[in-house]
Design a protein around this ligand. Structure first.
Ligand code: GDP
Length: 432
């Protein structure tokens, strides 16, 4: 049998009409997509209702005549890009650390905003009894047409009270609540418009005046490190000289290792990345924990405007890598690793939470089933209607358990693969 060549692709300037009532809507959508208002909306010989309801994206060089092998999927990255830009991005950052460590100043310096305009500082008496609160602030930022909805979750009162017991509880509860909400939304009907409030990164501020991490830091980090990507930051690093910064960083890293705490793990650089990117990646990794200085003041130094802190003996230029790791932190958080922080939240932390939830639900269903069975045995045999109702419930529960167990197996398999592939977060999977 002779092979028939496939029909040529439909010309972009004359998209197929869907026909019927939807034809006009689709045509106008195509029109706005192509930026062409003169598109004819006739069926062009294609039987109405039978053509493919596809909107053809306009490829950069649709040279069908020249390149006969052109299929069109090379435009997929552009399609994804356009869709993501249209949708915008969401990112939630939690800042944790005792008050006065420069958290608000740093956040304002990082995102060039003023999130803490109307802030009220508690006095000493208030702070003695103070409980940790969660304060959420959101700002919409736009840069070159890309919209970012940034949510900063602050924990005022953290570590302020004499008894800091509740400080960690508030943080873990907040993170879990966001996961729970996402889990509920995902199981609901309107899954397309879920708002993602999960915490993608936690900036944990360590004071510059200690010798290393304090017991309360270790306690909190231990409770959080399997729930969220923790990035350690030494605040007000201008209080320390270079050797002191180096020593403090070494001791902190040693403490974390001794306590088997795993902070956010940088992904390995792809071997085909260019050398500059690899170098930048190495420098970022070597700087952890970031020793930062924040400032909301713009100063003029040698004719140049810089974000800095003026002291009697000179100016600390926040953005100078010799003075602080501020630029490295900003590069990491915004330019290079924001998406990976989101992916790790989804693939590791949220999956752990989901696995736990499903395991709890299936255990609950098992208990219910056992209870129903016992009830059914103890009930009198004469009541047929009651028995058949019990049987129906039992079957329903069996089915529910079977579904949960299937889901659990799939998730465990997925988690295993993620771990094997990325070779990171070795301890992240919680056995269920
Ligand atoms: P927060 O309570 O942790 O949010 O701390 P703030 O950002 O309100 O800062 C508390 C005080 O420390 C303010 O007077 C800031 O000007 C000052 N401050 C902020 N960042 C730095 C820093 O990097 N170095 C120094 N020396 N002071 C800072």
């Amino acid at each position: 049998m002779k092979h028939q060549p496939p029909p040529p692709p439909l010309p972009l300037s004359q998209p197929p009409s869907l026909g019927g009532a939807t034809g006009g809507v689709v045509a106008s959508a195509i029109s706005s997509l192509n930026g062409n208002n003169n598109i004819t909306t006739t069926t062009n010989g294609i039987e109405a209702g039978k053509c493919r309801p596809t909107l053809y994206p306009k490829p950069k060089t649709p040279s069908f005549d020249k390149d006969r092998d052109y299929i069109g999927f090379a435009t997929l990255p552009e399609q994804v890009h356009r869709k993501s830009v249209k949708r915008g991005f969401e990112f939630t950052l939690m800042v944790v650390g005792e008050s006065g460590l420069g958290k608000s100043t740093l956040i304002n310096s990082l995102f060039l905003g003023d999130l803490y305009k109307n802030r009220q500082m508690p006095n000493v008496e208030e702070r003695i009894e103070k409980t940790t609160k969660v304060e959420k602030k959101t700002m919409d930022i736009e840069e070159r047409g890309v919209r970012l909805r940034l949510t900063v979750v602050d924990t005022p009162g953290f570590g302020d009270a004499v008894n800091c017991e509740d400080s960690w509880r508030v943080c873990t509860q907040y993170i879990d609540e966001q996961f729970r909400q996402y889990f509920t939304d995902e199981s609901g009907l309107n899954r397309r418009n879920i708002q993602d409030n999960r915490v993608h990164c936690c900036l944990y501020f360590v004071p510059p005046w200690g010798h290393s991490l304090r017991q309360m830091d270790l306690d909190l980090i231990r409770r959080l490190h399997r729930k969220v990507n923790i990035v350690l930051v030494i605040g007000k690093a201008d209080c320390l000289n270079k050797q002191e910064v180096r020593k403090l960083k070494e001791r902190i890293l040693q403490d974390l290792e001794d306590n088997h705490i795993q902070l956010y793990q940088f992904p390995e650089c792809d071997s085909d990345e260019d050398e500059d990117f690899k170098q930048q990646d190495r420098e970022l990794k070597a700087s952890i924990p970031f020793a930062v200085v924040g400032s909301n003041t713009i100063l003029e130094v040698a004719g140049k405007k810089v974000r800095g802190r003026q002291y009697p003996w000179g100016v600390v230029n926040v953005e100078d890598p010799e003075h602080s790791d501020f630029i490295k932190l900003r590069t990491f958080l915004i330019s290079t690793h924001m998406q990976d922080l989101k992916d790790t939240t989804q693939d590791v932390h949220y999956e752990n939470f989901r696995a736990q939830c499903i395991s709890q639900i299936s255990q609950h269903a098992l208990r219910e089933r056992g209870k129903l069975k016992r009830d059914s045995i103890s009930s009198t045999n004469g009541f047929d209607a009651a028995i058949s109702e019990t049987d129906r419930l039992l079957l329903q529960k069996d089915e529910e358990i079977r579904r949960m167990q299937d889901m659990l197996t799939q998730m465990q398999e997925k988690l295993k693969q993620t771990h094997l592939m990325e070779m990171k977060k070795n301890d992240s999977v919680i056995d269920v």
